[in-house]
Write a protein that binds this ligand. Structure first.
Ligand code: SF4
Length: 204
């Protein structure tokens, strides 16, 4: 948590975001993005679980210098718990969620080289007879791959990656790993045991 304000027995988690809040086009009001909303709601639930009273949370958007409030009421809690349930269901089912379609998030996403969102969507769209298997981050039954979101027929494949990049990112996706350096080699260790060695000049 960035900050917790306390006032007469009640606490308010406050989070700072670089960007701007979502603007409601209909009436010009501002509201939280869903990702910010769930983050703050979960912080509030953690505080409540630890005995604090928390009736609201706040996101401060630096770009527009606005504090946007989130009431921690029954609808917010129910929505948050439903999102958590869906996230757990997704993890347990091992279904890989389909890539986003034409999302502005993709160009800056660290997983874009693995996810290949536009390429995957285009292949599914233009070669429906071909089974398009999205690369997986873990062992998964290909038949469990989720259907893609709807995409326009003429949607461009954005050039989000160099046509050929000989260097690859190194992802550590298990808890408890640490990395040491020996000469020009990175040694990935679990406790004191080396589980992988990677040459530094082969990673981006
Ligand atoms: S690249 Fe893939 S994982 Fe990243 S934001 Fe786009 S769809 Fe999501």
């Amino acid at each position: 948590m960035d900050l917790v304000e306390a006032d007469e027995g009640a606490v308010i988690p406050v989070d700072y975001k670089h960007g701007a809040p979502r603007e409601n086009k209909a009436d010009g009001s501002v509201e939280l993005w869903d990702a910010d909303k769930i983050q703050l709601a979960v912080q509030a639930l953690v505080l409540c679980d630890n005995g604090y009273r928390c009736d609201e949370a706040v996101v401060y958007y630096v770009k527009t210098k606005q504090r946007v409030r989130l009431p921690i009421d029954e609808p917010t809690v129910a929505w948050t718990l439903d999102m958590l349930r869906q996230a757990r269901d997704t993890a347990v089912s091992k279904r890989i969620p389909p890539p986003l379609v034409d999302s502005p998030k993709c160009p800056r996403c660290s997983l874009v080289g693995i996810c290949l969102p536009d390429e995957t969507t285009a292949l599914r769209l233009h070669q429906p007879a071909t089974k398009v298997v999205q690369q997986a981050l873990f062992e998964v039954d290909d038949s469990l791959q989720a259907e893609p979101a709807a995409a326009a027929e003429d949607q461009d494949v954005r050039r989000l990656l160099p046509a050929r990049d000989d260097l690859r990112p190194l992802y550590l996706n298990s808890r408890g790993l640490n990395v040491g350096k020996s000469g020009f080699v990175l040694k990935v260790k679990e406790k004191d045991k080396v589980v992988q060695e990677v040459r530094i000049n082969e990673i981006s």
